[in-house]
Design a protein around this ligand. Structure first.
Ligand code: GLY
Length: 412
């Protein structure tokens, strides 16, 4: 073999070795990702099975026409259908039913939907998105019954009556004349409006949602992308009169669930409009949350990022569940950060599945998660289970499984 040929052969061998090692590395990474998915999968299956047992217990305690809120002082607290949380119980039952196929939960959900449907005409609340989309919206995905469609459209029409074009927002809380109160939570009610435009072809719902989101983006956020809880507008001029909190530690603080609602809301805005400015906003909010020095290592936030007694402040499992669910969706839209978002969401699901946060079957009034905070300044629902903590935890686990399914398909 002459010298040149021997050099060429050596190079070919090096190239083959390099290609072989690269393939081996890629396979190992894929297997590692698959392994972590598989690991969490068995946790999720167990969580849904336990949730099934828990909700079958809870079902026996919920009076007709009532909706579970929390479990405090050894007693299940419930509300009527007009409370902002009424949709989470039927929504949770449907998520568990989808995972376990336990039809007794499905029938309980149908009974509650029947009690809830009168709210389609409720014009006194901005929470119709929570109440009707988390319940009837999920029911419609399982069974595209005309009745659900019409209830959802009427709900969107009721919600739209609260929009003030001078302010550019849907009114959150009714208050005294001269006030127009908008809370960051209201971002969560916009998904119903997008759905209504797709269902009816009437773009006015879409326009209201976009205008509300734009006004919120302009006035609710601080330069670090944390958000105020409440903005009070002049209903005639649209001018901002006041920025404050209702459920946070201080007007200037970052109430954890408020940050979670913002993250989730702007992720939905991007999904529904494909406008990059909403994706950027969601990424900035995620950065604020995930890089916050007060976010604990286990990624379950304190009830407020600026709570006065950190590290002894209470945690809020509801904020963690909402953040996990939102990050799993956002991971699909941001290739560069996808893995890191999934990693945090995975960590949250894992930690909420630990005995620290997940109740033993037969305890906790039938709720799955413990340790959420409703309103600490209001001394209401402090360090308790909350219906929406469970709902967004179930949603996060469902989203994780869907991502995993797509990822396994990608790897084939
Ligand atoms: N207002 C809804 C919440 O407490 O997050």
């Amino acid at each position: 073999m002459n010298g040149n040929l021997s050099i060429i052969m050596k190079n070919i061998n090096v190239t083959i070795l390099f290609l072989f090692l690269s393939a081996l590395f890629t396979t190992c990474v894929a297997q590692k990702n698959n392994a972590s998915f598989k690991n969490l999968n068995s946790t999720i299956i167990q969580d849904f099975n336990e949730a099934d047992s828990q909700y079958r217990l809870m079902m026996k305690e919920v009076p007709a026409g009532r909706f579970p809120k929390t479990f405090e002082h050894d007693s299940l607290e419930t509300s009527g259908p007009g409370w902002w949380c009424s949709g989470f119980y039927p929504g949770s039952l449907l998520y568990i039913f989808e995972a376990t196929k336990d039809s007794s939960l499905y029938y309980e959900a149908l009974r509650k939907l029947n009690d809830l449907k009168q709210e389609q005409y409720n014009k006194t609340t901005h929470d119709l998105g929570f109440m009707m989309y988390c319940s009837f919206g999920n029911a419609y995905k399982i069974d595209s019954a005309e009745q659900y469609k019409s209830i959802l459209i009427n709900s969107a029409k009721s919600l739209a009556t609260r929009f003030n074009p001078l302010v550019g927002c849907i009114k959150s809380w009714d208050s005294k004349p001269g006030d127009f109160l908008v809370i960051i939570d209201n971002m969560m009610n916009l998904e119903l409006l997008f759905w209504a435009t797709k269902a009816t072809g009437d773009s006015s719902f879409y326009k209201i949602a976009v205008t509300h989101a734009n006004t919120t983006m302009k006035n609710h956020f601080r330069p670090d992308y944390s958000s105020y809880h409440v903005v009070n507008y002049n209903p005639v001029t649209g001018a901002v009169q006041e920025k404050r909190t209702a459920q946070g530690a201080a007007d200037s603080s970052a109430w954890a669930r408020g940050q979670a609602w913002g993250l989730y809301g702007f992720t939905v805005m991007y999904r529904e409009t494909k406008d990059k400015k909403y994706l950027e906003q969601a990424n900035h909010i995620a950065d604020f949350i995930l890089n916050n020095p007060n976010l604990p290592k286990d990624k379950i936030p304190y009830w407020d990022f600026d709570a006065p007694n950190i590290p002894h402040a209470l945690r809020d499992a509801s904020a963690a569940a909402i953040i996990a669910s939102a990050l799993l969706e956002l991971s699909k839209y941001n290739k560069a950060k996808s893995e890191s978002y999934i990693k945090v969401a995975t960590r949250i699901i894992r930690n909420l599945s630990s005995p620290e946060y997940k109740a033993a079957v037969g305890t906790n009034g039938g709720f799955l998660l413990k340790h959420s905070v409703g309103s600490l300044p209001g001394h209401s629902e402090v360090d308790v289970p909350l219906t929406y903590a469970d709902y967004y935890f179930f949603e996060a686990m469902k989203r994780y499984r869907e991502l995993e399914k797509n990822k396994s398909t990608d790897l084939k």
